[in-house]
Ligand binder design. Structure first.
Ligand code: UD1
Ligand code: MG
Length: 437
């Protein structure tokens, strides 16, 4: 018999209140903090505007601090039920395992924020930046292990004839989870450079995670309401839409909501100030903080593979960028699109080859050019002289033609939403939720 999770709106109240507080405090604190950041030298030129005045940078520090403070303050609230029953001797053991999960998550979030802020201050080199999230995720991985963390991967039904139902990955799975923290943080940071895009993508991902959590949780609706609704809503109210949901699974998805709802609140406030024309920049602080929040819930709430389905545009952008990241194609300091003053529109920016590219570089570029994802410039003998920078933003401009900065931000976010919708569609049809573990 699958235990039905009894929970009500009360359980959802703390993260909802945290989200509202996070929004209100972030939206007021950002204008108050921005002048202090400028005085500390944290400001940058908006590369895609005709004006030269500098914009305050690293304002991601505000939502990050607000969220971390809220997680501190709400610790007793999150554990109120346990504290009450434990104090009144109704519960023999306080659930230290849950507390350590929560604290390890806060610790990783703090470390990521610190790294992001240091990066904004000192422009840390890539070779140092990459391993730091790996190290920051160690406490969280130890907690995962101590919780009896599963390292099996359930294979989607169409592939089971080749791989079997379950593959045991063992230690490899821990390496994968550690890499996830590096991927989540850096992939948001390199899909950046136009107003609203860093924060916007994080909000879409967070909302996708919330929807995924709600699909796994029983709907807190009373029988009186349910009798007027279709039968499948009743089934959802019993066991989650994609159940069966055990108490443990439900608690993990609630844990995820405790991080994601306030993250959405704080990020919406930052987006309000960062949307075109931006009055502040989020900086690397925001990218690292938000990316780590996703890695944390993916690992500790046990949906690290589903999480990647919400990162499809980031995966595309990363894979597409690899020739530049690994030095096969020249990589300028900024790969953001080029601003055309006369039309106030953006065009793809260009990387020039100093020497003729090798065959295994120029061939894929020519294929991408045939697909309209890059534009190449060739000399009289057909040798590639330049290519547009290999980013999703430039690819969208090559594909759809030039557009203004606000439209490009909207198109990119629409792509992100469409990918999440497709991910839900696919995962609901081709995978079955693993049986209660
Ligand atoms: C990453 C990208 C880089 C891109 C940059 C833009 C890679 C390998 N690196 O570098 O190509 O140009 O992000 O953020 O892909 N800025 C704007 N408008 C915005 C946001 C940022 O003009 O809406 C500019 C500002 O000058 C700001 C600067 O980008 O000061 C921040 O760049 P930074 O975050 O330091 O760049 P990276 O993360 O190193
Ligand atoms: Mg950055």
């Amino acid at each position: 018999v699958i235990p039905v999770v009894a929970y009500s709106y009360n359980v959802l109240m703390p993260p909802v209140i945290m989200a509202i507080v996070a929004f209100c405090s972030t939206v007021t604190l950002i204008p108050l903090s921005s002048q202090h950041l400028v005085r500390a030298g944290l400001r940058g030129r908006d590369l895609l505007k005709p004006y030269k005045q500098l914009v305050p940078e690293s304002l991601g520090i505000v939502p990050a601090c607000v969220l971390i403070v809220l997680l501190f303050v709400f610790t007793p609230v999150s554990f109120a039920q346990h504290l009450k029953t434990y104090a009144s001797n109704l519960q023999p053991q306080f659930p230290h395992n849950k507390l350590s999960t929560y604290l390890s998550a806060v610790l990783s979030l703090q470390t990521a924020t610190l790294l992001g802020f240091l990066d904004d201050l000192f422009d840390i080199r890539w070779r140092y930046k990459l391993p730091i999230p790996l190290i920051a995720s160690i406490p969280m991985l130890v907690v995962y292990f101590a919780e009896g963390g599963i390292t099996d991967v359930v294979i989607p039904i169409p592939l089971r004839q080749y791989f079997g139902k379950v593959v045991h990955l063992g230690p490899l799975y821990y390496i994968y989870m550690a890499m996830l923290s590096t991927f989540c943080t850096n992939s948001i940071n390199i899909l950046a450079g136009i107003n609203g895009i860093e924060v916007g993508q994080a909000i879409v991902i967070a909302m996708s995670v919330v929807v995924n959590d709600l699909l796994h949780l029983p709907l807190p609706l009373s029988d009186r309401v349910l009798q007027h609704l279709p039968a499948w809503v009743g089934a959802w109210a019993m066991n989650g839409l994609v159940g069966p949901t055990t108490v443990e699974q439900a608690e993990r998805h609630l844990f995820s909501l405790y991080f994601m709802l306030p993250l959405i609140g704080a990020s919406l406030a930052l987006l309000y100030h960062n949307w075109y024309p931006a009055r502040v920049f989020p900086g690397d602080t925001f990218c690292y903080f938000a990316g780590m929040a996703f890695a944390i819930v993916g690992v500790l709430a046990h949906f690290s593979k589903t999480l990647l389905l919400f990162f499809i545009p980031q995966i595309f952008n990363f894979v597409f960028s690899t020739p530049q990241l690994f030095g096969l194609v020249p990589c300028p300091r900024h790969r953001v699109p080029r601003y055309i003053h006369a039309s106030n529109k953006l065009e793809p920016s260009v990387a020039l080859f100093e020497r003729e590219p090798l065959f295994f570089v120029s061939l894929p570029l020519k294929i991408l050019s045939a697909l309209n994802l890059v534009q190449l410039e060739k000399d009289g003998e057909g040798r590639v002289r330049s290519t547009t920078n290999l980013t999703l933003l430039n690819a969208l401009l090559c594909f759809f033609g030039s557009m203004d900065e606000r439209t490009l931000a909207i198109v990119t976010l629409a792509v992100q939403v469409a990918c999440s919708a497709a991910a839900f569609g696919t995962s609901l049809t081709i995978t079955k939720i693993p049986p209660a573990s």
